[in-house]
Design a protein around this ligand. Structure first.
Ligand code: GLC
Length: 754
């Protein structure tokens, strides 16, 4: 407690210890097999190979043999490229594809060149370690160029100049610039310059730290254990690096369409009557709704896979009834299993030895919502299968989506998590919690998603997680945890979501309205405007805060909130098409301007505007009482979505936006598919094509399928590409066999005579 007062800065508390690091140098011996270079160093061993012509893996283990196995995250590490090796007295020269890797024998300094240009360079020493077995990897960075990535982090979009560590942590205290460790760990950065981008993925699950601060021209990555295990991606721009990174760690699969609609949540709707009441209000006010969440109070004593039958006496009927009204229900499922021998999940887990244990074989117990609890060892595939199968309880009720929370794992104790000497059993490979901590949420998401996949047969599951590691996008959407109803948190959600997208995680959102603290009508309106364009759109709030459902503040606020929920559905055809693109390319839905305009330095630090796909720019109001803001429109011509006014890009504009207006701009040349008004995504929409005129031609596309099954894998989709040239004839090309396509009811050319 004292730590939250000035006691925290007691003079004796300054840590002046100088850390001693030992450099790893000189190549003592090496072996080249035509694809993989291995060798010994002044201390330890190294290994280098390319998994494609733009991704190099470098491993250095100062303490012994390198471990070359690909991690669960690096699922795309399957190929080894061939090359040639030459040497002279000073260096080894590896030629692989167009890359020349130069390794200085004495210092073990390494650089990669292409056509004489240096693409990547380590510093000296490249690798070091200390007596606590921490490892360090140092590379050169440009002091003035932005560095993005690292997933879910507080602060603005550019991380160059800061020191950021990764340790999955449940942080209820208000998130701010100094709240460095949040729920997710994605040890990946993207260093961008106008002519090139370089991705560094440090695939080490121990606590890591990216120091971009101590030296202006150096990035040092430290891990509190393990080996230096890096994938270096040599891209020409941001998009190429994300493509390479998601080739390695996986792409966001196409979610079921209902998961892209508006979701309403609260901690908690505590009875079936309250749930029904919420849904009725949506109907009465004619607000579109796809899903209602059940937070922890639906359970019997917070035991997952149960219902509180006093509060939810007809839960089976409730879920069926809502399904008939096309409303999905997503329950929360936490990892903590109540220690209670009369609770079958605990009993069975104990009998089968499925909980995380100490070396002695004793089960680890920690306190969470249900009291003393045990935690499944999700690292083990048998446990994953068991866990997956337990979800039959929900799928039998008609549930198709699960919300995983508290999976850092969060434990109510000093360390906030499990003891670090707990041992996880990853199918025979035993790792300590110190090493596996950051993976716990990823493995839980895998178990949930794959379990649901099996149970739903041909249906696409929806899973939402708080904790995760690199690659989490393969299994789950991510929401950014316990934010607050603070304007600063609305503002921060933009760079946070953009950096998640730059780190491969495309399906993301922040709690709209803010989770804790009390929201205000104005904040709720502005946040709903932003939420409508986020990949994931859920309004959620904590138990002791005021209610923040759309109608909570009277009719005027309701009208505005409703307008933006409706707008979400209007843009659904465009959004769903983007999710299709994401599944193919790995590129995020919400993009920073730099992704589409990598040569324009004006975009490098832009944290308060987003691009949704390549053509739509959203510049929300992020402060109370404001009705104007400066908007940077990159090169080209843009149209205001509301007024249709034309704007020249490459400069700043002062835009007026009263409380009911979210500034939205569409790039000239876009053919934008919009949908007709619906109550939710299960209703079929008609399409309206808005064609934003450009003398250079216009283009757009529309992806359609049944919205919920995997039939699209077998060609049951329709991908329409629309093109229009100077003759103003609309040409449509269509791929796929899906026949129940929406009808195009209206086509409008905008900006033709202006
Ligand atoms: C955690 C979650 C929050 C949830 C609450 C109760 O704080 O982050 O979203 O409502 O637990 O389950």
């Amino acid at each position: 407690m004292l730590e939250t007062t000035s006691y925290a800065i007691l003079p004796s508390k300054v840590n002046r210890k100088v850390e001693v690091r030992h450099a790893v140098t000189s190549v003592n011996s090496y072996k080249w097999d035509g694809k993989v270079l291995t060798g010994t160093l002044s201390k330890g061993t190294f290994c280098i190979y390319f998994i494609n012509d733009k991704t190099m893996r470098l491993i250095v283990n100062p303490f012994g043999e390198v471990d070359t196995a690909a991690s669960i995250a690096a699922a795309g590490d399957t190929e080894r490229m061939s090359g040639t090796l030459e040497e002279n007295d000073r260096s080894l020269y590896l030629q692989i594809g167009e890359n020349e890797v130069i390794i200085e024998k004495e210092s073990f300094r390494l650089s990669v060149k292409k056509e004489g240009e240096v693409l990547f360079q380590t510093d000296t020493p490249a690798v070091a370690y200390n007596s606590e077995k921490h490892v360090y990897f140092s590379i050169k960075k440009n002091p003035d160029s932005p560095i993005y990535g690292l997933g879910e982090k507080s602060g603005f979009i550019n991380k160059n100049g800061s020191k950021i560590s990764n340790w999955n942590t449940d942080v209820y205290a208000p998130h701010n610039k100094d709240t460095v460790e949040l729920y997710q760990t994605i040890p990946f950065v993207l260093m961008h310059e106008t002519t090139k981008s370089t991705g560094i993925y440090f695939d080490n699950t121990f606590r890591t730290e990216f120091d971009m601060q101590s030296k202006t021209d150096q990035l040092t990555i430290m891990a509190e254990g393990g080996q230096v295990n890096t994938y270096i991606m040599l891209g020409q721009d941001v998009k190429e690096v994300i493509t390479l990174y998601t080739r390695l760690t996986g792409k966001t699969p196409l979610p079921p369409k209902w998961s892209l609609g508006y979701h309403q949540s609260r901690y908690s709707y505590t009875s079936q009557d309250e749930v029904k009441d919420i849904v009725t209000r949506f109907k009465d006010f004619e607000i579109p709704l796809d899903c209602v969440f059940l937070d922890i109070h639906y359970m019997d004593g917070f035991r997952v896979f149960t219902f509180d039958e006093d509060k939810f006496p007809q839960y089976k009927e409730l879920i069926k009834e809502l399904a008939r009204e096309n409303i999905d229900v997503v329950p929360i499922v936490d990892p903590g299993i109540k220690k209670d021998v009369d609770y079958p999940v605990y009993y069975e887990g104990m009998k089968k030895g499925y909980f995380s244990k100490y070396l002695s074989g004793e089960v680890y117990y920690g306190e969470v919502w249900p009291g003393i609890s045990a935690f499944p060892d999700f690292f083990n595939s048998q446990v994953q299968e068991w866990w997956g199968e337990l979800h039959r309880f929900y799928t039998d009720l008609g549930i198709r989506g699960i919300w995983n929370d508290m999976n850092e794992p969060s434990v109510f104790n000093e360390s906030k998590t499990m003891d670090l000497d707990v041992i996880h059993n990853a199918d025979g490979k035993e790792i300590t919690h110190r090493e596996g901590h950051n993976l716990y949420g990823l493995y839980m998401s895998k178990a949930t998603f794959e379990g649901l996949q099996k149970l739903l047969g041909n249906g696409r599951p929806f899973s939402l997680t708080r904790a995760g590691y690199a690659g989490v996008q393969r299994y789950s959407a991510v929401w950014t945890g316990d934010n607050r109803s603070h304007w600063e948190h609305l503002e921060m959600s933009l760079p946070m979501i953009m950096n998640l997208g730059l780190s491969g995680v495309a399906f993301t959102g922040a709690d709209v309205g803010g989770f804790s603290s009390d929201t205000t009508p104005e904040l709720l309106i502005r946040w709903t405007q932003v939420g409508a364009f986020m990949p994931y759109f859920r309004n959620h709030s904590v138990q002791d805060s005021i209610y923040q459902e759309p109608w909570a503040f009277g009719m005027e606020t309701l009208a505005s909130v409703k307008k933006y929920i409706e707008l979400r559905y209007r843009f659904m055809p465009y959004l769903y098409s983007l999710f299709h693109e994401t599944e193919k390319t790995g590129l995020p839905i919400v993009r920073p301007l730099v992704m589409e305009y990598p040569n324009d330095p004006e975009t490098f630090q832009c944290s308060d505007q987003i691009l949704v796909g390549g053509q739509l720019l959203v510049a929300p109001i992020l402060r109370p009482g404001q009705s104007h803001r400066s908007v940077y429109l990159p090169e080209g011509t843009w149209y205001d979505f509301w007024t249709r006014e034309k704007y020249e890009g490459g400069k700043y504009h002062l835009i007026v936006a009263d409380l009911d207006t979210l500034p939205i701009f569409i790039k000239a040349g876009t053919i934008l598919p919009l949908g007709s008004a619906v109550k939710n995504t299960k209703e079929k929409q008609d399409i309206e094509l808005q064609i934003y005129h450009s003398e250079n031609g216009m283009m757009g596309y529309l992806y359609e399928d049944d919205g919920y099954s995997y039939d699209y894998h077998d060609g049951e989709f329709s991908l329409s590409t629309f093109k229009m040239g100077e003759d103003l004839e609309l040409r449509t090309e269509r791929e796929g066999f899906y026949t129940e396509v929406a009808s195009i009811k209206n086509i409008e050319i905008i900006g033709l005579n202006k």
